[in-house]
Design a protein around this ligand. Structure first.
Ligand SMILES: *[C@@H]1O[C@H](CO)[C@@H](O)[C@H](O)[C@H]1NC(C)=O
Length: 361
């Protein structure tokens, strides 16, 4: 009797051990290697993913959908063949992933596309090159020569992007619409990233609880909130410790002139060093796509503050160093810690009754 019981227990333990991988479906393969488009196709039970060097052929796209909590790393660079496929060409759709590119690149071969027309004409340009969905922490990655927009952030859980380099330096003459980070997401932190490009370094289109800190932007159109379209809201943004150089604009908040049911609120700038070499050093506009025009009144902008450490803005072009073109801006904005110089006198249209206190501009 006793030996039968022991046998039963043993047999049960043994069969469970054998059966559990297939029965529960939660078993994790030790490490999954992605070295081609096909090997990326089913990673849902992979808790560890290694991406080696390979080329994504024309017509193909890749989505990395690993197990929740997966560690993902690159051991080589991924190159995208010239293609007319629409982007994103590569998507991370992960939950709580920990990703490191180990300094390797996604090579977009932008020079094969750049014709000065960006996304509004000429050669079809896949964009964005890379999209992030789901959630995770993403570090040490290079995006080299994106045809147009480099990175789209559409994460749905707390995420961070650190030490990412968008290197579109070679697009200086013919690259266009090569946005660094386009963000429609909440609970995201960007820190220590570098963007060389020909459009917005970052464009925050919607979301809340967003931190953009200690990043370096060069060659593009600066740090932007917007453009904000109808129905979109941005709130709770901290922009601190960043450097913008060699850029057309310094920093902007731009809301479509015809936007309704839209708002930008609670944006705090602190300790940024900004230089604009052509247009406004800092611009708040409800006239987008114009810089200054007839501002819309269907959206609201409130609580735009310069506090904490001093933000310096210098403009070398012949535009106002600061422009505010408001149809409906409200409340009192604390600009105690902005010091703007250069360019022409600031131009303020304070529709909506906003009061701006403090600052030098
Ligand atoms: C911005 O400044 C105003 C005026 O001092 C203040 O009432 C508001 O709370 C500040 N907003 C933020 C997000 O700090």
């Amino acid at each position: 009797m006793q030996s039968l019981l022991a046998f039963t227990i043993l047999a049960t333990v043994f069969s469970n051990a054998l059966a559990s991988p297939t029965k529960t479906g939660t078993a994790k393969r030790a490490t999954c290697t992605v070295d081609s488009v096909s090997t990326a196709s089913d990673l849902t039970d992979c808790s560890s993913v290694v991406i080696t060097a390979f080329e994504v052929p024309a017509g193909d796209t890749v989505t990395i959908k690993a197990a929740s909590g997966a560690s993902i790393e690159m051991t080589g660079s991924v190159e995208f063949a010239f293609t007319s496929t629409s982007g994103p060409l590569w998507t991370f759709d992960t939950t709580d992933a920990t990703f490191t590119g180990n300094g390797f690149s996604f090579k977009g071969n932008g020079d094969l596309y750049w014709d000065g027309e960006g996304t509004s004409g000429g050669t079809t340009k896949p964009h964005p090159l890379i999209k992030f969905e789901g959630s995770g922490s993403f570090t040490d990655l290079i995006i080299k020569d994106s045809p147009a927009h480099a990175i789209s952030v559409g994460t749905t859980g707390t995420s961070s992007f650190t030490n990412i380099l968008v290197d579109n330096l070679d697009g200086a003459s013919l690259g266009a619409n090569t946005d660094g980070f386009d963000v429609s997401a909440s609970d995201v932190t960007f820190s220590g990233n570098t963007v060389y490009n020909q459009d917005d370094c970052v464009a925050i289109n919607s979301g809340s609880n967003i931190v953009f800190e200690n990043n370096f932007c060069s060659g593009g159109h600066g740090i932007s909130i917007g453009s904000i379209a109808t129905g979109k809201t941005v709130s709770g943004v901290t922009i601190s410790g960043n450097t913008v150089t060699e850029s057309m604009y310094g920093m902007r908040i731009k809301v479509d002139s015809d936007a309704t049911d839209a708002s930008v609120s609670d944006v705090t700038y602190s300790g940024n060093t900004i230089s604009a070499n052509d247009k406004y050093g800092f611009l708040v506009s409800q006239s987008y796509s114009e810089d200054f025009g007839t501002p819309g009144t269907g959206s609201t902008i409130s609580d735009i503050n310069f506090t904490g450490s001093k933000t310096t803005v210098t403009t070398s072009g012949s535009y106002p160093r600061v422009g505010v073109d408001c149809g409906k801006c409200t409340g009192t904005w604390n600009w105690g810690e902005i010091d703007a110089t250069g360019g022409e006198s600031s131009d303020l249209v304070l529709g909506g009754g906003v009061v701006i206190s403090g600052g030098t501009y």
